[in-house]
Design a protein. Structure first.
Ligand code: AMP
Ligand code: ZN
Length: 311
């Protein structure tokens, strides 16, 4: 089946089963009770992932202050994915004008001003600024999560504008960061396979923007910086979709946030990230729309008790 037809079929089945509810904006979805129960099971498994359980946990808001956001370099590399918040700071007169513009069917958003808040695209980006200007005596490890925004509206139920991500992050010496990434390449796919998913590990590149894109992407591939945990949800005839990734950022964030290690070198970082909705959709695509019929071992891993099921 063609990829688009396979996407449409999966989307229709998820909607029909009450797992996804389309919202009036492409790429935005609401999720049903069983979907959330499965997603919670996935999130818990990421939390318990050996040997990275017990590291410091943080749940971040879905925004980064503009200064930190700009420092991550995300705007330079992926402008097509970014989003920011606008707010109203005017007086009564301005308010009346804004309402009149709205009532006249004109663009009322020109009355808003930037809040200097940007939407988070990956929770690890909120981790590095916490260490800005410091020397890390020991490598630090975190488990971080947040709601993420990426402006890539699509009808593919695997590609959302707003989704949740949980990551394990390491920030420290080059050796520690590389070791963490290697660990991610091993335990990340194992974790997904324990849920009955068929996973391949593939070298990958990020969707860099513009004329330099090819060069950056090739550099990332050549240096082996990014590996994705890929599942062929749309059949063997179509390319797979990444459910997670293990990424080595070299000294990128150390340089951006002026973070060093003993001896004066820049701190290096790596992260192992899972898109929680993506893993959940892949589970429904693999095991079927009715969670009560899923294999017992998969249900056990996800903590789905035998008599739960809410609509
Ligand atoms: P990345 O930082 O691009 O490697 O993304 C990490 C993980 O987030 C991916 O492996 C996906 O599971 C998930 N993800 C990325 N983009 C999206 C999206 N648009 N919709 C849903 N999940 C996504
Ligand atoms: Zn990350």
């Amino acid at each position: 089946m063609e990829r688009e037809a396979a996407q449409a079929e999966l989307r229709a089945r998820l909607i029909e089963a009450g797992h996804l509810y389309p919202q009036p904006y492409q790429g935005l979805w609401a999720f049903g009770g069983d979907f959330e129960a499965v997603l919670a099971g996935v999130e818990r498994q990421v939390h318990l992932m050996e040997p990275l359980q017990g590291v410091r946990q943080m749940t971040f808001p879905p925004f980064l202050g503009e200064r930190e956001f700009v420092a991550t370099g995300y705007m330079n590399s992926f402008p097509q994915l970014i989003g920011s918040v606008d707010v109203f700071t005017g007086d009564n007169r301005e308010h009346r004008k804004m309402v009149a513009a709205k009532d006249a069917g004109e663009d009322w958003t020109t009355y808003l001003t930037p809040a200097h808040l940007d939407l988070v695209s990956a929770p690890c980006h909120a981790t590095y600024p916490m260490h800005a200007g410091t020397t890390l005596e020991e490598p630090v490890k975190y488990e971080v999560s947040s709601r993420c925004f990426r402006h890539e509206p699509s009808d593919d139920p695997m590609r959302l504008v707003s989704f949740r991500m949980r990551e394990k992050v390491c920030f420290g010496t080059p050796e520690a960061a590389v070791e963490h990434r290697e660990l991610g390449m091993r335990v990340g796919p194992e974790l997904l396979r324990s849920m009955g998913l068929t996973i391949e590990v593939e070298p990958a590149n990020d969707p860099f923007f513009g004329r330099a894109a090819q060069i950056f992407a090739q550099g990332q591939l050549d240096a082996g910086l990014k590996y994705e945990f890929v599942c062929k949800v749309y059949g063997d005839e179509n390319s797979g979709t990444a459910l997670g990734s293990s990424n080595y950022h070299n000294d990128h964030f150390g340089l951006d946030f002026d973070v060093h290690v003993p001896g004066g070198g820049l701190a290096h970082s790596s992260c192992i990230g899972f898109g929680l909705e993506r893993v959940t959709v892949a589970l429904f695509a693999t095991h079927g729309m009715d969670v009560s019929t899923w294999p017992a071992d998969v249900r056990a891993v996800l903590g789905l008790s035998s008599d739960e099921q809410s609509a």
